[in-house]
Design a protein. Structure first.
Length: 300
């Protein structure tokens, strides 16, 4: 069991155990294994993971999670927003209906390229960018009809990745952001500064810690993102180069009271067990407990 946290709402996500939507990403552990590992750490809330990883019937989905004392908070949905909006919106309707029926609260949206994986992308025209922004707004409307919130996730290998793209999206869209500390840093955005400048636009937080030297290689194109993940670009919170404590303080000071989702994107090799991902998650929880204690002391 992990230390008790009082101020921070902590959740997890299956990607920390290597469960990813990218074909051929790596060995995929059974949902029962991943949920049992989460529960063993004292985690009581999770994102869903890739479409189809957990049951797609909302009753069965709730049953699968409740068996481990875990509540659903929502999930990640990568859509090609810049082209064929009708296709993206149909997928969003399906996901939103499932999320809402299962009792979730947020849809985490990414502006996918339309290619498999996150290693390559091509620049958008101004028209494609406008389509992306408009389609994202329509996804927000669909989610709202189901009582859900939407947060746009800047993500390596998508069309909102770099610091310039993050700023452009903030200027052109009313949607909140999913502040992912790892993907932002890899893309060239300081997540702490972003939280300071745009506290009112933080709709959701994914916490990752990153080895900055390897992140710079990804940013320069010297190393593909998938290879960097296999080489350990993500490390337990507190062990890398993101100032997680400062990020949490900034978000908290700015009024954020949403979820902090522990995510260390991981790719498992055939035969790998949950042991190392679980140990990493335990270290992350320990670091968050220290941050939480600091927040509690500051209020005394």
């Amino acid at each position: 069991m992990t230390e008790q946290l009082h101020s921070l709402r902590i959740a997890a996500a299956p990607i920390s155990w290597g469960v990813c939507e990218v074909p051929g990403w790596g060995h995929v552990l059974e949902p029962t294994t991943v949920l049992a590992e989460m529960a063993g750490l004292g985690i009581t809330a999770t994102e869903f993971g890739p479409p189809g990883y957990l049951p797609e019937d909302p009753v069965e989905l709730r049953k699968a999670l409740s068996a481990y004392g875990i509540d659903p908070i929502g999930g990640f949905l990568a859509l090609a927003l810049h082209r064929a909006p009708s296709t993206a919106l149909a997928a969003a309707r399906t996901a939103a209906a499932l999320f809402a029926a299962a009792g979730a609260e947020i849809l985490v949206l990414a502006a996918a390229t339309g290619h498999d994986g996150y290693d390559t992308r091509t620049p958008l025209t101004d028209h494609e960018w406008r389509t992306l922004v408009d389609t994202a707004a329509s996804v927000g409307d669909i989610a709202a009809e189901h009582g859900l919130r939407v947060a746009l996730h800047p993500h390596v290998g998508t069309h909102v990745e770099t610091a310039a793209e993050v700023d452009r999206f903030l200027a052109d869209s009313d949607l909140d952001l999913c502040l992912d500390t790892g993907h932002l840093l890899i893309g060239g955005t300081d997540p702490v500064e972003l939280a300071r400048r745009h506290a009112d636009r933080i709709g959701h937080i994914h916490l990752k810690d990153v080895r900055a030297a390897l992140a710079a290689e990804v940013r320069s194109g010297a190393v593909e993102y998938s290879e960097a993940v296999r080489r350990g670009i993500y490390v337990p919170l507190g062990a890398g180069d993101v100032d997680i404590a400062a990020l949490v303080r900034e978000a908290h000071a700015g009024g954020y009271r949403g979820w902090y989702v522990i995510e260390q994107d991981t790719a498992l090799a055939p035969g790998d067990s949950a042991e190392i991902p679980t140990a990493n998650a335990r270290e992350s929880l320990r670091h968050l407990a220290e941050i939480d204690a600091g927040l509690a002391s500051a209020r005394i």
